[in-house]
Design a binder for this molecule. Structure first.
Ligand code: SF4
Length: 105
């Protein structure tokens, strides 16, 4: 399996432009390192790949790229409770268009 995987990598690399395998410039390396330093979000770490934008406009709580910090569990519980408190009156007033995201009131 490893031999097959390495063969796949060699074939893919051979098919790509050689410029992509150059050494990064100082600025590129700096940007790369900054990316990882800036990945901290309130509930943990953003796991989106380097050079990709945030597609969810910082809606980290529902984002599959969020790597939850277990120490932030109390904060997550607080957010869930807050959401439930805001959904309950909206549901009581039968306000349409309120998405509960699976949260039971
Ligand atoms: S929403 Fe997702 S991609 Fe955007 S900052 Fe949060 S975890 Fe990262």
């Amino acid at each position: 399996m490893i031999r097959t995987y390495r063969g796949f990598l060699d074939r893919r690399r051979a098919a790509r432009p050689q410029e992509e395998y150059r050494e990064p410039t100082v600025q590129e390396w700096h940007d790369f390192q900054q990316h990882f330093e800036l990945r901290k979000v309130s509930l943990g770490t953003c796991g989106r790949p380097y050079g990709t934008p945030c597609k969810h406009e910082h809606a980290c709580i529902r984002c599959p790229a969020l790597q939850m910090d277990p120490h932030q569990k109390p904060r997550l519980i607080e957010i869930i409770q807050n959401l439930r408190e805001r959904i309950r009156p909206a549901a009581a007033r039968d306000i349409l268009g309120v998405e509960t995201g699976g949260l039971a009131c």
